[in-house]
Design a protein around this ligand. Structure first.
Ligand code: KIV
Ligand code: NA
Length: 266
């Protein structure tokens, strides 16, 4: 298999080829994911919760993401590597450029940032103009946990759903190459995906997205000490080994067998 490239993601959407994404934080897991079919690997700021042990992603720094990105990059041959801009690293275009440059120099091929407020759209444009591919992230954006008052499904009311549809188009218009949709009703993710010129990657967003992502520890059924959301499935139980779990997940995503109705919000 050829290594993934940024333009190939748009080709995959056009071809209806679903994208299987997982998070990783170190070289050995990265290698197992890469060798068993993961298309996209994310060094997520979820590392604040699953690696550092905090209750949210807010304590994560650019140093943290850069350290784990460099480790993960050594394990990859085929998957495209995305790294999160952590809390407030995207507060201004200049800060975002500094952080994103470090993450690309550590081996990332794209950075991801949450939200679609005016200053976030400015940051997306600023990075893309400077040759840094960007993924958006909308819906239940964990860096908004204080404003949301917890990790809650977003876009349930019609006004919020309409806002999310507009935000998704604005993120693509600003130049993003990919869009993560987290914890939104299936029908909303379906309409966003149909309207979006860029691939959508769902997590707790139903089966109609162009791809899916899960956090490594969740998809291996590990107890992270936090309440397990309904969209999580333990693929280790099904796959029998870590490599088998990755293959089972990637097959299930590509065949449209994951997520099922029981993993989705209506
Ligand atoms: O940080 C992370 O792991 C993420 C995914 C859940 C999309 O942003
Ligand atoms: Na994240």
């Amino acid at each position: 298999d050829k290594p993934w490239t940024v333009p190939a993601l748009a080709d995959a959407k056009r071809a209806g080829r679903k994208l299987a994404m997982l998070t990783a934080y170190d070289a050995v897991f990265a290698r197992v994911l890469d060798q068993n079919g993961a298309d996209l690997i994310l060094v997520g700021d979820s590392l604040g919760m699953v690696v550092k042990g905090h209750a949210s992603t807010l304590p994560v720094t650019v140093d943290d993401i850069a350290y784990h990105t460099a480790a993960v990059a050594t394990g990859l041959q085929r998957a495209l590597l995305i790294a999160d801009l952590p809390f407030q690293a995207d507060a201004t275009p200049e800060r975002a450029l500094d952080a994103a440059t470090r993450l690309l120099q550590a081996g990332a091929q794209m950075v991801k940032l949450e939200g679609a407020g005016p200053h976030k759209l400015d940051v997306i444009r600023y990075l893309v103009e400077r040759e840094i591919p960007v993924s958006g992230h909308l819906g239940m954006t964990p860096q908004s946990v204080l404003r949301f008052g917890g990790f809650k499904v977003q876009g349930r009311e019609e006004r919020a759903a309409e806002k999310l549809r507009e935000d998704a188009l604005a993120v693509a218009e600003a130049g993003a190459s990919l869009l993560v949709l987290e914890c939104v009703p299936s029908a909303l993710a379906q309409s966003v995906t149909a309207a979006s010129p860029i691939p959508t990657i769902g997590i707790g967003a139903g089966p109609h997205c162009d791809g899916q992502v899960l956090v490594l520890h969740d998809f291996l059924g590990l107890d992270s000490g936090h309440r397990r959301p309904k969209f999580v499935k333990d693929f280790l139980a099904e796959g029998g080994s870590v490599a088998g779990a990755v293959r089972a997940y990637c097959d299930a995503v590509r065949d449209g067998n994951f997520p099922g109705a029981e993993h989705a919000y209506q």
